[in-house]
Design a binder for this molecule. Structure first.
Ligand SMILES: Cc1cc2nc3c(=O)[nH]c(=O)nc-3n(C[C@H](O)[C@H](O)[C@H](O)COP(=O)(O)O)c2cc1C
Length: 349
């Protein structure tokens, strides 16, 4: 099975094509330091032969926070604690990328020392603030001069991730967080060169990608996007998905990006691949001969078909690996998988 065979392209060498998706678990300590519990959780997956592990979303700067007990990669102490985790992965021959995360408007002043969240524009998200019973607030639109400061935060976090001996980083460009807040025409109402046209709305994401690539190089830089995603049973799509992808993907190629992670986001249902990311993979593939990772709880035989049909190179698994640390062994032997249950989020094992 190709899914279980070693993979090597553009300097990224993995023992198989199984990738653990980024999953926020909220088990960092009150100062946002990674913990021993987190190390044990990742180590169990590494010891069980997951080819590439993507960490949970990891906050690049305190101003980009939006959730309780999520890890940061910002202080020296956080770098040192992450290094313990990366070293444990390497003992098992696994690779680990740090997912770089700035929440933008998906936050609340309580997570930001009383400051307002920032975004492309002052457009309030619907619903309650993350893990709170109060409505989201209207964010503050970034001043023109502040946009490059956020790009710098991604650059600095990449340097810190490499100091922590991560094998690479994944830029979180999806799921309605800061980069997506620039891509999405319903949110981005800017009148400067970061808003309006397709080119302008892609500019921030491209600047971040370039900054990260400059530090980490193509074999250590992935970008996650989610032009079609489902969250809580609701489908979110960029209104101008076709024209956006037709511009964005060749531009990413020109910058030298080689690893694209196309996400379906997160849902309570398992069967959303073909209506979300699988659809985008089919739009992206003719424009992108490089590495594509995608997935959404795909049964192994379906994952295999996506690989052999040439749509994806690596298959991402979130909930199956959360519920089954020995996922790779189970799909190798055909043992039944333990079904994912949202209650499993309450513990790390
Ligand atoms: C508990 C949980 C936390 C998640 N946190 C993140 C995250 O921090 N960053 C991210 O990009 N996606 C996150 N996701 C989405 C997953 O990476 C993945 O795209 C999604 O679960 C669909 O894949 P699956 O069907 O294989 O689980 C999360 C999903 C779950 C279930």
């Amino acid at each position: 099975m190709k899914l279980l065979e070693p993979f090597s392209k553009y300097g990224l060498s993995l023992k198989n094509r199984v990738v653990m998706s980024a999953m926020t678990r909220n088990f960092a300590d009150a100062d946002h330091n990674p913990t021993d519990l987190m190390r044990a959780y990742y180590e169990r997956r590494a010891a069980n032969d997951v080819g590439l592990i993507l960490t949970e979303g990891t906050i690049i700067h305190p101003n980009g926070d939006g959730y309780p007990n999520v890890p940061y990669i910002y202080t020296d102490e956080q770098v040192a604690e992450w290094k313990k985790i990366t070293n444990a992965m390497h003992i098992h021959g696994a690779k680990i990328f740090c997912q770089l995360w700035h929440c933008g408007r998906i936050s609340h002043p309580d997570y930001l020392g009383g400051k307002l969240p920032v975004s492309s524009s002052a457009v309030r998200p619907e619903g309650n603030a993350p893990h709170m019973q109060v409505p989201m607030v209207t964010p503050r639109a970034l001043e023109h001069d502040e946009v490059p400061e956020i790009v710098d935060m991604f650059r600095d976090a990449t340097k810190k991730a490499l100091l922590a001996e991560f094998d690479g980083v994944e830029i979180h460009g999806g799921h309605g967080y800061i980069i997506d807040q620039f891509f999405d025409s319903r949110i981005n109402q800017r009148a400067d060169e970061y808003g309006g046209s397709v080119e302008n709305r892609c500019r921030f994401g491209l600047e971040v990608t370039k900054a990260v690539l400059d530090v980490a190089g193509p074999e250590r830089t992935a970008l996650r996007i989610s032009p079609s995603r489902e969250m809580g049973g609701v489908l979110y799509e960029w209104p101008d998905m076709d024209t956006m992808l037709a511009y964005l993907i060749p531009q990413l190629d020109k910058l030298g990006l080689r690893i694209l992670d196309i996400s379906c986001a997160r849902s309570d249902t398992l069967d959303i691949y073909h209506s979300t990311s699988g659809k985008i993979v089919r739009m992206a593939r003719p424009l992108w001969p490089h590495i594509i990772m995608a997935g959404a709880s795909l049964p192994p035989e379906e994952a295999e078909k996506e690989i052999t049909d040439g749509f994806v190179d690596l298959v991402t698994y979130g909930r199956f690996i959360l519920a089954n640390p020995d996922f790779v062994k189970k799909i190798t032997t055909g043992e039944p998988l333990i079904p994912y249950d949202p209650d499993m989020r309450k513990m790390l094992y």
